[in-house]
Design a protein around this ligand. Structure first.
Ligand SMILES: [Zn+2]
Ligand SMILES: [Zn+2]
Length: 274
């Protein structure tokens, strides 16, 4: 394993299973010089109307969804204070203040977000599209999977459009799990390459990076995001790449980093150096 840091992680109080200190301890055990904590920053006024929200309440992680920016600030201000305290208690390892943000393409969201980060001053910001706005509601990947074929094609186009606009906003350090649509095989395959290429070109233009996300979505079938096809495009555009475990528990830190390193070699990708 050559990447000695992890920046895409989640902790207790949001939707992670372990405390910040547990995550720091595990990173130290692995010989890492840096760990970044990047909990979900998800704000949308219709979030409580989404089907997903009901599941989140049942699952005990509804806390990651906020209807208003003031609500998410009430979570992040004490959370970042805690990160600063833990940094003081653990001077041998660098602890960074990150966030994984759902981008929504409208002026209100942008204004609210820009105000929030002026106050929070995160060290880095991960851009995600977990939700697609559709007919006044928010659909996540479970809903995408259950949509009819025609709707799926619309959702696929909207997903990539949102990702492209997010990259062009310049707000993000890197884009997370780029081809989330692959998880549910969203829409007609013949459109995929075209949408992917457009998004990758925008990422390159805006000097944003991408991650190889080594999270598992089927217990016994490891599938990294993004696909080989996207990695070829990323290599061609010399977009820097980092490996993310997307750890929601301390025992997931550095999962499958070796496989991801192999992909980096195989496609001759440019590694983000830190
Ligand atoms: Zn994510
Ligand atoms: Zn994540």
């Amino acid at each position: 394993m050559t990447q000695k840091y992890t920046l895409h992680t989640h902790t207790i109080g949001f939707d992670g299973k372990n405390s910040v200190q547990d995550m720091v301890n595990r990173a130290r055990e692995l010989g890492f010089h840096t760990i970044g904590i990047s909990n979900h920053f998800i704000v949308h006024e219709n979030i409580r109307k989404s089907k997903m929200y009901g599941f989140a309440v049942q699952g005990g992680y509804a806390n990651i969804y906020s209807s208003y920016f003031c609500d998410v600030m009430d979570k992040f201000i004490p959370h970042y204070n805690e990160l600063d305290e833990i940094q003081q208690q653990n001077p041998d390892i660098k602890i960074l203040r990150g966030m994984e943000v759902d981008f929504f393409n409208n002026l209100n969201w942008r204004n609210g977000f820009e105000k929030s980060i002026k106050i929070l001053k995160p060290d880095y910001i991960i851009g995600s599209t977990h939700f697609i706005e559709y007919n006044n509601t928010l659909l996540n990947s479970h809903d995408w999977a259950n949509a009819d074929p025609k709707t799926q094609d619309v959702l696929l186009e909207k997903y990539w459009e949102n990702l492209k606009t997010a990259a062009e906003s310049g707000l993000f350090t890197w884009m997370a799990h780029l081809d989330l649509p692959k998880k549910v095989h969203l829409g007609s395959e013949d459109k995929w390459a075209e949408y992917e290429l457009r998004a990758v070109e925008s990422i390159a233009k805006s000097n944003t990076m991408i991650e190889i996300n080594t999270g598992l979505y089927k217990t016994d079938n490891y599938v990294p995001y993004p696909s080989d096809r996207i990695l070829q495009m990323v290599a061609k555009h010399k977009i820097p790449v980092l490996i993310s475990d997307d750890a929601h528990a301390s025992n997931q830190i550095a999962r499958h980093f070796d496989e991801a390193e192999n992909l980096i070699s195989k496609f001759n990708l440019t590694k983000y150096q830190r």
